[in-house]
Design a protein around this ligand. Structure first.
Ligand code: CTP
Length: 405
């Protein structure tokens, strides 16, 4: 099968100690037939279910189980080598015990140590009894793994080895291989935006009340610039409407500098007419001084009151004017009730997606190099993107909004 997307891919297949391990033998065979190079790594308990001899014969490779070498060969760094070697690490089946180890960074067997050394995506296929699967401890461990970017393929429902009926079955080997293929293809072919016009707004706005004073916010524009850069890398024709920020223009991006919310409104509405995708990361001031003085206002004795007017809501107007073939993405930065506020904005502003930032979450917010966002789609789907640097978050976000996630 030379045309298989699996051909030449280096996969660590971790097998743990559950009855579904017998299906991993078929997974191993199918991956090998598709041309993948598969290195099996068993936990010690997996050997109770599948003999090393059988796995080794199917893989035509030495099966690795032990963290520590039996001789003085000094080959105890195997886990690091495999972590670097692999294009993908798959744990199928993944028992509740192994999920717990991975979630908390334990590495007392070779497979757990390989996962902790991974430089590639890690995919787990949990399989266990229904009650173990639904237990809050297991679900909390899965939430931790998902938040860290581990791909979790949920088990299926049906008769279980315990005799009970419920959720916990490893999917059939063909389905396991299909899911593995999907992850490898997505990794190598991120959603292309060739031929698409993308408009990104970024940074703060400044609402001056005299030439030297203004209302603004701490946005640095990093997230929006990362989205513009990634869209350009994916072949889009990108226009970036930027507030006052200290960032260089990403390669291949057309930049329009603006200062105020009014400027942003004019520029974004004009540029959005031809855009297929609009991503509004700009932190737009909601109020501007009613009066703008031409000269510096001199201080006087006593207090001052500043009258403010509402600025136009660019995103809401874009929502009203949205073409059916246009995708509109808004950002929401919240401190409380994030999901409810974000969903409210999604609906009110007629967006396709809203990206929620929770100010106060570690690694998220203004001026950080990393971000942690939750993406809600008008189709009801929710994507929790892992904490990552903003370039990576931009890539994952474009995967979601371009429909590749
Ligand atoms: N936005 C805009 N024009 C404005 C205000 C916001 O286009 N005058 C856009 C932002 O770029 C962002 C989204 O709308 O994509 C944020 O919406 P919203 O939450 O309404 O802005 P906030 O100022 O955070 O509003 P609120 O005070 O209601 O939380």
């Amino acid at each position: 099968m030379p045309d298989s997307p699996l051909a030449g891919r280096k996969i660590v297949l971790g097998i743990t100690g559950g009855i579904a391990a017998y299906k991993s033998l078929s997974v191993l065979r199918l991956l090998g037939k598709a041309g993948a190079e598969v290195q099996p790594v068993l936990t010690p308990d997996a050997e109770r279910f599948v003999p090393r001899l059988t796995v080794g014969a199917l893989a035509a490779r030495e099966v690795l189980v032990d963290l520590w070498p039996g001789d003085a060969s000094g080959s105890w760094t195997k886990h690091v080598e495999l972590g670097v070697w692999a294009d993908l690490i798959v744990v199928a089946p993944a028992t509740a015990q192994t999920l717990a180890k991975l979630a908390h960074g334990f590495c007392d067997n070779l497979l757990a140590a390989v996962c902790l050394s991974a430089r590639c995506p890690v995919m787990v296929f949990p399989a266990m009894d229904h009650d173990m699967w639904t237990h809050p401890a297991t679900q909390a461990n899965l939430a931790l793994l998902r938040a860290r970017g581990v791909v979790v393929v949920e088990p299926e429902s049906g008769p279980l080895a315990s005799g009970l009926i419920g959720t916990g079955r490893l999917p059939e080997p063909e389905a396991v291989v299909a899911a593995i293929t999907g992850v490898l293809v997505a990794k190598e072919h991120p959603a292309s935006l060739a031929g698409k016009r993308v408009l990104v707004t970024a940074g703060p706005t400044r609402e001056h009340f005299d030439p030297v004073r203004f209302l603004s916010n701490p946005s640095t524009g990093t997230m929006g610039f990362a989205v513009a850069a990634e869209a350009a890398r994916r072949g889009a024709d990108v226009t970036l409407v930027a507030g006052p920020v200290a960032l260089p223009t990403p390669d291949g991006v057309r930049r329009i500098d603006i200062v105020s919310a009014d400027d942003l409104y004019t520029a974004a509405l004009r540029e959005a007419e031809a855009a297929d995708l609009v991503v509004m990361t700009a932190a737009v001031a909601d109020y501007a001084p009613v009066e703008r003085h031409a000269h510096k206002v001199k201080k006087e004795d006593g207090d001052q009151t500043l009258a403010l007017r509402r600025t136009p809501d660019t995103l809401a107007e874009l929502g009203r004017r949205k073409r059916s073939d246009q995708t509109l993405v808004g950002f929401a930065m919240e401190t409380t009730d994030g999901e409810a506020h974000a969903l409210g904005k999604l609906e009110r502003k007629r967006l396709d997606f809203i990206v929620l930032n929770m100010l106060g979450e570690p690694g998220a917010g203004f001026g950080t190099t990393t971000n942690r966002v939750y993406v809600f789609g008008a189709d009801g789907r929710r994507h929790d993107l892992p904490l990552a640097d903003k370039a990576e978050v931009a890539a994952r976000l474009l995967d979601v909004v371009a429909g590749a996630a």
